[in-house]
Design a protein. Structure first.
Length: 684
């Protein structure tokens, strides 16, 4: 009887634990795999990532913005090991000295190689880097006609007029920051003036024309009824792809400060063949007036309609598409709010993506969280965890962040996905932002998926014809049919927060070993159908070309030789050496770590003095105190990261009367060449 009872109890425990049995752990491997990078910004904004294959060698590479530090391009040497090729690639010097905020890649001239487009902060230009096709880039912004200097926080790419050339939608943020105070001098809100978004139409020859207002997508509206002052949304993220299932590239924008600007998130529906867009934010129910930060798109419940997830300061929103172009907030029922930490403080979400990390056929959800200062009414969490939600296949999710070991607690921002080691599962890159210093632990995160479930998969790459469809295939929808079900993905030129995931569309198949068909709906709706493609393979479908190609290594000398491959891609020839970028004997040419890494012996850290800033909020004088007798520097930055005060004194303390307007500022105190204190200062 006891044996039977124990068996029953074990069975009940097994049933209750089943969702966790299938979880996949990730190994954080950034520095160990050569991807050593830090992003710095004094205003808590920026840090983006783009995943793309810049040299067409079959391995996904990574571009990372650095904010006030230089951007970096990391070449994938094979097996998901990287080397910094920023200097060798050339061309990126133009953005040094500017604050870079966002990035997207797109083949703007349909030559088969992706350009890099980098957004920057207020009063700074957009940077367009031409891919020369030989591993190098050239800065070409002055000749493109792209003249924006409007505090760009995101760029996304799509072909809105279906002329085969990729256009650029530029998402702009705060231009003039204003803070609202109550009678006690407490910050209670914001009254920012924000810049219109811009749509740059590709005219060919790498030249562009700005048409945002005339196309109806500037996101500038009257903010009261009857019509009153005109303002623009404070955009932080966007999608440029099919939203409502009509196979036309639409635009969706996540706007910050919605409850203060009175402008919610925006959905612009493409009205092709009529030129322009229709604002359907209200009719679609996508117009939440929140602190919109990032966007993910996916069909999490496999009903054939693409859904949206929008991150926020506080409760995020999962939008289920009920009928074409109409959405319902199902966040609470699905279990993906991610709104408060254990101290009931607001969690701030940024980058986000749907991904099927365990290849069970259902898309899971990742959220990159990170602190940003806010008014006391919206007080934010300083050390909130990133979230990984496992899809339970019943329209609900389970938080498995800790089990999967992806629950880092830092100032995270952008994130993107890709299969960096070509092993058939999705990995992730998550950026961190260092607000005013460079702690050695705050490098970009590279999570390698350590799946061992044996589930099947198929990956699909697209190649448009370059005349009626852009070569990248942005705006296309792919449907994979198998085992009486289907997976649906839409290919967007950018998303998440200021970032871009790989354009290789990934479909988990669970235990199914056959695929009935793959359908591609190119922008405009032209269909290509492939019957019975192979599983556990990466195929490429080219518009107007019969059949498909199998991407794989055709070199018998490579360790990953694939006899079934028809197009050579991603050959891996091991080069042994130290791959850890922090080691003293790091080998930038090595793609296989041989255990030879050597490190400088750790020394005891110098004791850093404590600093204090008071009173705070400040009306007139503010005192800076440190326990150091060494020279101390205090710097004060406004909400856009501009330096408004710098003062040095000989240690101890100093009293200052900063000549600044009321508002929120950020300070940095440095002594002994160390940042000893950072924070926000409120001026009444």
């Amino acid at each position: 009887m006891f044996a039977r009872l124990n068996s029953l109890l074990f069975g009940l425990l097994l049933i209750s634990y089943t969702p966790l049995l299938g979880q996949v752990k990730f190994a954080e491997s950034a520095v160990n795999c050569g991807m050593k990078h830090v992003a710095i910004a004094s205003d808590f904004m920026g840090a983006a990532v783009a995943v793309f294959d810049y040299n067409n060698d079959g391995w996904q590479d990574v571009y990372l913005t650095g904010g006030l530090e230089p951007d970096k391009l990391f070449k994938n040497l094979g097996n998901g090991v990287f080397t910094d090729v920023t200097s060798a690639a050339g061309g990126f010097q133009a953005s040094i000295g500017y604050k870079t905020t966002s990035v997207v890649t797109a083949d703007l001239n349909n030559d088969g190689f992706r350009e890099i487009i980098v957004g920057t902060a207020r009063n700074m230009p957009l940077f367009v880097y031409l891919n020369n096709g030989n591993g190098t880039f050239t800065h070409i912004t002055p000749s493109t006609g792209i003249t924006t200097t409007k505090n760009t926080m995101g760029v996304v790419s799509g072909d809105y007029d279906l002329d085969g050339k990729l256009d650029l939608y530029v998402i702009n943020y705060v231009q003039v920051p204003r803070t609202l105070f109550n009678s006690n001098g407490d910050v209670v809100g914001y009254n920012h003036t924000c810049s219109p978004n811009e749509l740059y139409r590709n005219l060919g020859g790498l030249t562009f024309q700005e048409l945002g207002a005339s196309m109806g997508v500037a996101d500038t509206i009257h903010t009261t009824t009857p019509p009153g002052p005109v303002n623009s949304g404070c955009g932080l993220a966007g999608l440029f792809t099919d939203i409502n299932g009509d196979y036309l590239p639409d635009i969706y924008v996540a706007n910050d400060f919605g409850m203060f600007t009175h402008i919610g998130n925006a959905y612009f529906q493409n009205t092709y063949p009529t030129t322009g867009f229709q604002d359907r934010r209200v009719a679609s129910n996508l117009n939440a007036k929140i602190f919109g930060m990032g966007i993910a798109q996916g069909d999490y419940d496999k009903d054939g309609k693409l859904d949206l997830y929008v991150t926020n300061l506080g409760r995020n929103i999962l939008y289920h598409q009920t009928t074409p172009g109409v959405f319902q907030d199902v966040t609470t029922a699905a279990g993906v709010e991610d709104g408060k930490d254990i101290n009931n403080l607001n969690v701030v979400g940024w980058g986000t993506a749907f991904l099927d990390y365990d290849n069970d056929g259902y898309e899971d959800l990742y959220v990159s969280n990170g602190y940003v200062p806010a008014a006391k009414t919206y007080e934010t969490s300083l050390n909130s965890e990133n979230r990984l939600y496992h899809n339970l296949k019943n329209s609900t999710f389970e938080d498995v962040s800790q089990v999967a070991e992806v629950n880092d607690r830092k100032f995270h921002r952008g994130m993107a996905t890709g299969d960096f080691d070509n092993d058939g599962d999705e990995d992730m890159v998550v950026t961190k932002l260092v607000s005013t210093g460079v702690p050695v632990s705050d490098y970009t995160l590279y999570y390698v998926n350590k799946q061992n479930l044996g589930h099947h998969w198929i990956q699909v790459s697209l190649k448009g014809n370059g005349t009626t469809t852009n070569r990248d295939g942005f705006g296309s929808t792919v449907k994979v049919y198998y085992n009486n079900t289907r997976g649906v993905r839409s290919l967007s030129g950018g998303g998440s927060h200021a970032s871009q995931s790989s354009s290789v569309l990934h479909f988990g198949l669970n235990t199914t070993a056959t695929v009935d068909s793959v359908e591609v709906f190119w922008p405009g709706g032209q269909r290509t159908k492939i019957n019975n493609p192979p599983v556990d393979k990466h195929i490429i479908i080219e518009q107007g070309v019969a059949g498909y190609g199998i991407l794989g290594c055709t070199n018998p000398a490579a360790s990953n030789f694939d006899a079934s491959a028809t197009i050579s891609s991603g050959c891996y020839i091991p080069v042994a050496g130290c791959t850890n970028a922090s080691a003293i004997n790091y080998n930038p040419s090595a793609n296989t770590d041989n255990g030879s890494c050597e490190y400088v012996t750790a020394v005891e850290k110098e004791v850093i003095p404590i600093a204090a800033v008071y009173p705070n909020p400040v009306k007139d004088d503010v005192t800076i105190y440190t326990g150091s007798s060494e020279t101390t520097r205090v710097e004060l930055f406004d909400g856009l990261g501009r330096l408004v005060l710098r003062h040095e004194f000989a240690g101890g303390e100093a009293t200052l009367r900063p000549d600044i307007r009321p508002g929120i500022y950020f300070y940095r105190i440095t002594s002994l060449d160390h940042v000893i204190k950072t924070g926000k200062l409120v001026k009444n």
